[in-house]
Ligand binder design. Sequence first.
Ligand SMILES: Cc1ncc(COP(=O)(O)O)c(C=O)c1O
Length: 360
Amino acid sequence: MRVYNFAAGPAILPLPVLLRAQSELVEYGGHGMSVMEMTHRSSMYKSIIEGAEASLRRLMDIPDEYAVLFLQGGATMQFSAVPMNLMHTGKADYIVSGNFAGKAAQEGAKYGEARVVKTSKDRNFAYIPRTVRADFDPSADYLHIATNNTIYGTSLRTELPDCGNLPLVADMSSNILSEPYDINRFGLVYAGAQKNIGPAGVTVVIVRKDLAEEGPIAEYVPTMLRYDTQVKNESMYNTPPTYAIYLAGLVFEELEKTGGVAAAKERNEAKAKLLYDVLDASSFYRPVADKADRSIMNVTFTTPDPDTDARFVKEAAAKGLVNLKGHRAAGGIRASIYNAMTIEGASALAEFMREFEQKA
Ligand SMILES: Cc1ncc(COP(=O)(O)O)c(C=O)c1O
């Protein structure tokens, strides 16, 4: 029996995708072999990776001026690749709105001056720092942000920072494809797959071609980490994570079938509302994130004390609502309700929350 999996990542995948993968596991498309067994240089595999890219381009409305890459190393590898390719003048601005954004800035500081323009560390990242254009250094190489902070449950949903001509670089790992973003506002977007895209093992990078073509900041930059190399070789400088890309393609296709990113946004807002409504009607639960900055992907809250948090997590699991323990940096409870979480799953959790409160 499948449970409702609220894990932050690797996370729940759409059931139709898993079933389709199961049906194609041993023999794919009349080719007499599994996708796992195909050489990446074959025409049959080429149609898989090209299909995945085309689908993502349609979903996110990605213009031709941008390259789409399927890389390895996780989002964390991009913390290094971004400065190694873009920090040409040796200066970049970072907004530190969470743990991963902080790690990105730390990594950037190895290659130049990674200036922390604003941080919300003062209140354990319960909000998104607000900025104005004058906060940014116009001579910096880029501004790095995270659009969704997985651990704390905050999100930059409506207004992107006004950073003038600075290329905006975004870690979208935990909310890519959850709601529309105008890709033209970004110089580069990256996302580890294991939340809204597919299984762990592939990282999507969407990069403006002119930025990639400038080349890395120095010759020492490993060939595999050079965006120009990866763009030129269409993510196939070496063997790409072939099966993870195939599954990502299935997830994209399923999302297209179910109305695309705009429809996903509506479903995600409805699921999040079910949970936030319980939190707002309660004096027992306390939401972690400031209301204005609430994520529709990761809903974070606490009960009156850590022992009760632990009991909540345990009793929920006994009812098939699993992986609700908050990240160790934030504590409490976290319900990750990515695209693949159904409205039924979110309703079941909301119902459990009400029951638990009544009994407490
Ligand atoms: C916002 C964000 N950035 C980066 C990462 C790190 O991703 P990876 O494990 O793919 O390196 C995560 C992982 O949860 C994340 O949520």
